[in-house]
Write a protein that binds this ligand. Structure first.
Ligand code: HEM
Length: 524
């Protein structure tokens, strides 16, 4: 409308029979056009934009990028409280419209009511290279090939039965970690628990994916490096994520350096994954007959049924390594850190674990964990306060969609701020406090759950894109945490009296500092 008025005004001025007006007309037109563009950039709401969700004032070119700080989940919560009525807020990050859902109601709208519309992922050169196409699950756009890959992963690799089949491997890996920590306890040596726990979850994934832990062959370091470098590339600044149009200009010349970096990393992944696959190809165990078959066995045995290319297999394997290692390790590390900061909770957990298991056991097994209500509450509370993916993975809207009366344009990236929802004082009493008891009533686990039904608690997401690895992760986290507190007592290193919980944002959110603790042998 404003543009129409500017155009009419310009025509009238140009048509006017006054020479000065004629010569100034182009300048005036340019000025008015600039004013219009600035108005578009700085103001929101009202008039023709009333159908878009609320939005803070933006700057030309960068939009709202300057408002998203080093910890986006924290700054987006603040912005939403100020501008989005805590519900839906529309930002422009560079040139990309970005919808942020910050309440259970808004999360339900995008993850349930309009689940299919928002089920895609934004694509990038870096993502495509690292995920072989994409031919994985986590980054693939919504469509038939993603559906097949997700079905395969859910029914063949991460089903409850398959997770159960790795039980002995989990118990063995945990026993090895505990033996190592006991050695350190004997000499009161401080242990880098960040290193210990990330190695453990990586080894656990190694056992499931390729049938063995790579520690023995020294391959675990290589894998962890590959995962770390991939996360850094995917979570770092990529021009394409904010200016896709610019990134495409000139045949994508501006994205060449990022592409080359990603290709170099993908070549390193290739070396590792090709070797695993070749080793298995000659010695493939049938997954139907052999319940100890690993992911590679399974993928090779369903290769024809699912029409899988070698790249599909590599994409899925890379996903399992990357998605399977970090979040579980982070939950273990945050749980232990919270227990160190909340000694009453540590005492209560130790009392529960030690009273449920006969004294003097060298290892504990998964059967012992049944009925450990407080252990489960500690893990729930950690997932509430420290969801490893505080904004989920980015979702992508392929076609215009009306949500809650707002028209969300096609091409919008969407985040759900599950971290903000998990700490919302309107939902949770003493929301910022670590209080596992909130989940216990009459010795039963109660309250909101994280399995995708309650939009108040979305650490694993909900709907089509929900995490398929939840049971796999929880199985490792539960037995490891129980073992750590059953066998050992824990102290801060001498001279240290606090734990720094400062976070670093990436594809997952981690603690900035390593978790250094001193284990003490217990007399159990
Ligand atoms: C505590 C541990 C874990 C947490 C909190 C977690 C959380 C998540 C979240 C929030 C998402 C994104 C959901 C969305 O975008 O809507 C996700 C996706 C995914 N997770 Fe997990 N995850 C964990 C462990 C695992 C494990 C152990 C595996 C596999 C071994 C795994 C495999 C995946 C895959 C493949 C996806 C992509 C799903 C898709 O795009 O359809 N995760 N996870």
């Amino acid at each position: 409308m404003i543009m129409d008025q500017v155009a009419v005004f310009y025509q009238q001025l140009a048509a006017a029979d006054v020479p000065a007006a004629k010569s100034f007309a182009p300048l005036l037109f340019t000025l008015l056009l600039l004013l219009f563009l600035l108005r578009r950039c700085f103001f929101s709401g009202g008039g023709e934009k009333s159908k878009l969700p609320p939005s803070p004032p933006a700057l030309p070119l960068i939009g709202h990028l300057h408002l998203v700080g080093a910890l986006p989940h924290v700054s987006l919560r603040r912005l939403a409280a100020r501008h989005g009525g805590d519900d839906l807020m529309l930002l422009r990050l560079g040139a990309v419209p970005t919808l942020v859902a910050s309440s259970p109601r808004a999360a339900q709208a995008v993850l349930r009511t309009h689940d299919q519309a928002f089920a895609s992922r934004p694509r990038s050169v870096v993502g495509d290279v690292l995920t072989y196409g994409p031919s994985d699950v986590g980054f693939a756009p919504y469509g038939e090939s993603w559906r097949q890959a997700k079905k395969l992963v859910t029914t063949h690799l991460l089903s409850a039965k398959k997770v159960q089949s790795y039980r002995a491997a989990r118990e063995e890996e945990v026993a090895m970690v505990i033996a190592k920590i006991r050695d350190a306890a004997a000499t009161t040596t401080t242990v880098d628990m960040s290193e210990v726990l990330s190695t453990f979850t990586n080894d656990m994934v190694g056992r499931a994916v390729a049938g063995r832990s790579f520690r023995v062959e020294g391959r675990d370091k290589v894998l962890r490096e590959l995962i770390r470098d991939g996360m850094a590339l995917l979570g770092g600044f990529n021009l394409e994520n904010f200016y896709p149009g610019l990134a495409k200009a000139g045949g994508g010349v501006l994205t060449w350096p990022a592409r080359r970096g990603a290709e170099r990393l993908r070549d390193r992944w290739d070396e590792v994954l090709d070797k695993f696959i070749d080793e298995h190809a000659g010695n493939c165990r049938n997954q139907e007959e052999d319940e100890e078959s690993d992911f590679i066995d399974v993928l090779l045995s369903v290769q024809q049924e699912y029409d899988l290319t070698r790249n599909n297999i590599k994409g899925i394997l890379a996903d399992m390594f990357a998605a399977g290692t970090d979040p579980a390790y982070l939950i273990l590390e945050f749980a232990l850190a919270e227990l160190m900061l909340n000694r009453a909770a540590m005492t209560k957990l130790q009392a529960e674990v030690r009273s449920s298991i006969p004294k003097g056991r060298n290892t504990i097994n998964e059967q012992h964990l049944n009925g450990m209500t407080y252990l489960k509450a500690v893990i729930k509370e950690t997932l509430r306060l420290h969801p490893p993916s505080p904004l989920l993975l980015p979702h992508f809207l392929k076609e215009d969609c009306v949500v809650d009366g707002y028209t969300i344009p096609a091409g919008t990236t969407m985040f759900v701020n599950v971290w903000a929802i998990g700490r919302d004082p309107k939902i949770w009493d003493a929301a910022e406090k670590f209080m596992p008891e909130r989940f216990i009533h009459e010795e039963e686990i109660q309250g909101f759950d994280f399995r995708g039904k309650d939009f108040q608690f979305l650490s694993f997401g909900s709907g089509r894109r929900m995490c398929p690895g939840m049971n796999f992760a929880l199985a490792s986290v539960e037995i490891m945490l129980a073992s750590l507190v059953y066998h050992l007592n824990w102290e801060l290193p001498s001279g240290v009296d606090d734990i720094d919980m400062t976070e670093v944002f990436g594809l997952t959110v981690s603690r900035k500092e390593k978790l250094l603790l001193t284990p003490m042998s217990d007399t159990v």
